[in-house]
Design a protein around this ligand. Structure first.
Ligand code: GUN
Length: 293
């Protein structure tokens, strides 16, 4: 079997085009242009790249972007004061604090200080808590997990009753994606560093989501023939043959697994572009919420 390659770039492009249309429609109606504040603390190079990409994507969609770059030694109080100011600023509909924060800052307190209605990343403890409760709806769903579910839906995967295995239990991806799969009536197993018989558990999955940050950890014999494989990993591995000296690979050994899976996301060009697309969508939703308040 050769897997269908799930084209995240194309799917994210459609979402972004729809967001741009929604923004234009708001402006036509005389409603304010949506605004997103990005808060970057310190100089983590990967975070700098991600934040720049998010800002550029905003501009392309007609969303105003407000960038705040802060030194790594900023105090907890100063950071929370900035968030309070952004909460009170009517031009700003969404607030994104790029994670991870430098050591010494209390991430949970910072996320808790973001107004629920502006929590476009969906990491506020109340939004995450609602995701974990039956019959409750969070205002915003974290962007990468939301993008994973969107790709599965676009691929026509039946989640109800499916056996789903999530590799990784991070706050940003693994845990929220598992909660979203439960919400969709999948039977979900979360694997982590202490899981026994990891390959065997993964092999039981109809839907396998890999989000551990280990280059090409998932091998061909970890995957049930016909399974759908979503690779959230973005890992830099050295490659002297390339000018930049490295290449990006996922958590899945793509070349092996594509021969057994029925569908698979590539890296790059799979889940990655979806994160930004869902962030833009959440920002317009936040602007719609602000109109009603
Ligand atoms: N770090 C890695 N992914 C994300 C994300 O989606 N949002 C934020 N704020 N930080 C991240």
């Amino acid at each position: 079997m050769t897997a269908k390659i799930i084209d995240g770039t194309a799917i994210a492009g459609e979402v972004r085009a729809n967001v741009a249309k929604d923004v234009a429609a708001r402006v036509d109606k005389g409603l304010p242009v949506p605004g997103l504040a990005t808060v970057l603390v310190g100089e983590n190079p990967a975070s700098q790249v991600y934040v720049r990409m998010k800002q550029k994507a905003c501009e392309k969609a007609g969303i105003k972007s407000f960038g705040y770059n802060l030194p790594a030694d900023i105090s907890q109080a100063e950071l929370e004061t900035l968030v309070s100011e952004l909460n009170a600023n009517p031009e700003i509909n969404g607030i994104l604090v790029q994670l991870p924060l430098p050591k010494g800052l209390d991430e949970e307190r910072v996320l808790n200080s973001i107004s629920l209605e502006k929590d476009v990343d969906g990491f506020h403890p109340v939004n995450i808590g609602r995701l974990a409760q039956k019959g409750r709806k969070s205002l915003f769903v974290p962007c990468t997990p939301d993008g994973v579910i969107y790709l599965l839906d676009q691929t026509g995967v039946q989640l109800q009753g499916a056996s789903a295995v999530v590799l990784g239990r991070s706050n940003i991806v693994g845990m929220p994606v598992a909660l979203l799969l439960v919400e969709r009536d999948a039977t979900v197993t979360i694997c982590h560093s202490r899981t026994k018989n990891l390959a065997e558990v993964c092999r039981s999955a109809d839907v396998l989501v890999a989000a551990v940050g280990r280059p090409e950890m998932v091998r061909r014999d970890w995957v049930k023939p016909g399974a759908v494989v979503i690779d959230v990993g973005v890992n830099r591995v050295e490659d002297a043959s390339l000018e930049k000296g490295y290449k990006l690979v996922g958590d899945v050994a793509f070349d092996e697994v594509k021969d057994v899976a029925s569908a698979i996301t590539p890296v790059p060009g799979g889940v990655g572009p979806m994160t930004i697309a869902m962030l833009l969508r959440n920002t317009v939703k936040a602007a719609d919420i602000a109109d009603r308040n």
